[in-house]
Design a protein around this ligand. Structure first.
Ligand SMILES: NC(=O)C1=CN([C@@H]2O[C@H](COP(=O)(O)OP(=O)(O)OC[C@H]3O[C@@H](n4cnc5c(N)ncnc54)[C@H](OP(=O)(O)O)[C@@H]3O)[C@@H](O)[C@H]2O)C=CC1
Ligand SMILES: Nc1c(N[C@@H]2O[C@H](COP(=O)(O)O)[C@@H](O)[C@H]2O)[nH]c(=O)[nH]c1=O
Length: 589
């Protein structure tokens, strides 16, 4: 595999480069085909990761194809191997995503190994951390050359193919990264931006063809969600009537539970309905719903985020929001909507009171508008379908820190093969790695040494050290004597913001060194912390701060993770020291 990567990178003759380009184009086109195949089961079964596999002969002919129909059915790889038969030997298998092997049966991998496949190209690694890299390692251990797009070679054509793989499993990737199900907001509006007439009547805005597309969307979702008002106004059924397969659960969000006694959604003979409500709301009505077989779930705070976190825990992968503008605005504002799909009908209804797809978001200038990403336009019958992501599909390439940076910091870590250890709050498993952990350090201050209650105390105070202003000196003392690291951080950050003139002029240049020295002191002072740090060898350390994009890794790996990097650097130094001392010991013997 390393040889293949080298041959890509080092090619210099125009002839070889031409061959390389052709090779990349072939890989890209088969991976795209695998991604297309993988989508074929979407909507037929309960949402699950989409897997497709294409087996191609060395001359570039398709020998077999397959896709996973549903969780627990034969893997795409096994189906493709069966179809390709004897042509598998020495062939290349293209997989849109690394197999998950959820049940530990290695079916996908063993099918490829036993069939004698020589090379496997993988679009993306498995998004779930506990599965990520396992199948790739397994295939490599059997001598199969495995290339993962974007990891060995970068090129536009491969990048585009990788994007297809990300998009096809966007729900799983989003769910893995954001700990809420993937949420798609869908609405139908008139050309003048209304989702109903001023009377509330909305049947129908979009064409029959568009509404069939909505049934398909429902079939690809675990649940369809509406607000109380839509139930009162439309009496919807929210079923997937596209003729086959999966029907989603219906969810109603209602604070008041001021809902009708008779409603299509209370008929749960074919599909279940869950009503999410505020704790204590209309107990008698809750009983009535229960008698109909409708499940009621009470929330202390009924808001879209709480509700989505709850359904994430119940295992939901993807949710279709078909609510009106009131709930849609609340869902967008709480950051749970990932994608928007709008059917725009060439109709005008007018009416200053007629509802629009998204209610109040509190924005006052157009510059605040949310821009969609990866926007697609498609004509559906007479309507225009516009869709795009409100939140980009998180990139699975490790950026915390980047591949090159990690290797420079700690050559023993391969970011593609290693696990990631997250730490943040001091009570986390590795919480002692946090600056806020209660481990005092003794560090120089002026001509003397002082004790600092935590690394954070020392780090914050150093912003103001050496500045010839009594106020700066006061700041240092206030931070040094702060009762908690949180307090020290608060004083340091607010002073820096309010009185930037008190901050030392070289702070940006020295802050990493200051942090490094403080960490070194902490881990040298406390042997059990050093042992804990060494026990993480081989893992990438990431401070899981969602806010601090310099010291932390960010919510989706967008942060620079300098704290994690420094800890890995320190670990690497300690490991180097211990290997030198081991060498010395063996020499002495
Ligand atoms: N064209 C289209 O695509 C669609 C059109 N429509 C139309 O839209 C109109 C209804 O729109 P709208 O009134 O906005 O209805 P919504 O579907 O947005 O329902 C709003 C209701 O949701 C409930 N809710 C629960 N939690 C929250 C929360 N945190 N934030 C906001 N609401 C919450 C409340 O119900 P409660 O009052 O019970 O407590 C609230 O009154 C109807 O005329 C309908 O026909 C609706 C959907 C799609
Ligand atoms: N009016 C409107 C939509 N409205 C949505 O569809 C729901 C009705 O679904 P059902 O009862 O299953 O047919 C309704 O409550 C609202 O959520 N959808 C569309 O695609 N186009 C339309 O013009």
């Amino acid at each position: 595999m390393a040889m293949a990567a080298l041959s890509f990178r080092l090619c210099s003759s125009p002839l070889i480069c031409r061959a390389t380009l052709d090779h990349q184009a072939t890989d890209a086109s088969f991976i795209r085909r695998a991604a297309d195949l993988s989508e074929m089961s979407a909507g037929l079964t309960s949402p699950h990761p989409n897997f497709g596999c294409v087996i191609a002969t060395p001359s570039g002919k398709v020998a077999g194809e397959g896709y996973l129909y549903a969780q627990g059915t034969k893997p795409a790889e096994a189906l493709a191997v069966e179809a390709a038969g004897e042509f598998c030997r020495g062939s290349t298998a293209y997989l849109n995503m690394e197999p998950g092997d959820c049940h530990g049966d290695h079916t996908a991998v063993s099918a490829l190994v036993q069939a004698g496949v020589g090379r496997v190209v993988v679009g993306i690694r498995h998004p779930l951390q506990h599965l990520r890299g396992a199948a790739i390692r397994e295939m490599r251990s059997h001598g199969i050359e495995v290339n993962v797009l974007g990891e060995d070679v970068q090129s536009k054509v491969l990048e585009d193919a990788r994007k297809c793989c990300l998009l096809v499993n966007a729900p799983l990737i989003h769910r893995a990264c954001s700990r809420v199900p993937f949420s798609l907001l869908k609405y139908a509006m008139t050309l003048d931006g209304k989702i109903a007439a001023s009377s509330g009547h909305a049947a129908w805005i979009s064409s029959k063809l568009s509404r069939t597309r909505v049934f398909e969307l429902r079939g690809r979702s675990d649940a369809v969600i509406v607000g109380g008002n839509t139930v009162r106004q439309d009496d919807p059924r929210l079923t997937a009537r596209h003729g086959q397969g999966h029907t989603p659960t219906r969810i109603v969000m209602s604070q008041s539970l001021d809902l009708p006694e008779k409603a299509n959604l209370w008929d749960v003979s074919e599909v279940s309905t869950i009503v999410a409500t505020q704790r204590g709301a209309r107990k008698s009505y809750q009983k009535f719903l229960a008698s109909k077989g409708v499940e009621v779930v009470e929330f202390d705070m009924l808001n879209p985020r709480e509700v989505m976190e709850y359904f994430h825990l119940r295992g939901y992968l993807s949710i279709l929001w078909e609510c009106g503008g009131t709930l849609a605005a609340s869902a967008i504002a709480s950051g749970v909507i990932h994608k928007v799909v709008a059917f725009i009908a060439p109709k005008i209804i007018g009416g200053s009171k007629a509802p629009s797809p998204v209610g109040e978001l509190g924005m006052v200038e157009m510059t605040q508008a949310l821009n969609l990403i990866d926007v697609c336009y498609e004509q559906v019958g007479p309507d225009m379908l516009v869709s795009g992501f409100l939140q980009p599909v998180p990139d699975l390439l490790p950026v915390i820190p980047s591949e090159d940076a990690t290797f420079e910091i700690d050559p023993s870590v391969n970011p593609f093969e290693s696990s990631i250890i997250f730490f943040y709050k001091t009570w986390d498993l590795y919480g002692s790695f946090s600056n806020f952990s209660p481990h005092p350090i003794r560090m120089p201050y002026g001509d003397d040494y002082r004790t600092w209650s935590s690394v954070e105390h020392y780090y914050q105070a150093n912003k103001f050290v050496g500045v010839e202003n009594p106020l700066a000196h006061d700041c240092v003392e206030k931070i040094r004597t702060a009762k908690s690291p949180e307090e020290a951080a608060f004083i340091g950050r607010s002073k820096q913001r309010q009185q930037p003139e008190l901050v030392r002029s070289d702070w940006e240049d020295v802050k990493i060194e200051v942090m490094y020295m403080a960490l070194k002191c902490k881990f040298s002072t406390y042997p059990h912390l050093k042992t804990m740090l060494l026990s993480t060898a081989g893992s990438v350390l990431v401070e899981a701060s969602p806010h601090d994009l310099f010291w932390g890794g960010g919510r989706e790996g967008e942060g620079l993770n300098y704290l994690g990097r420094l800890l890995m650097q320190l670990r690497s130094e300690y490991l180097g020291e211990s290997s030198v001392s081991a060498e010395n010991t063996s020499l002495a013997l």
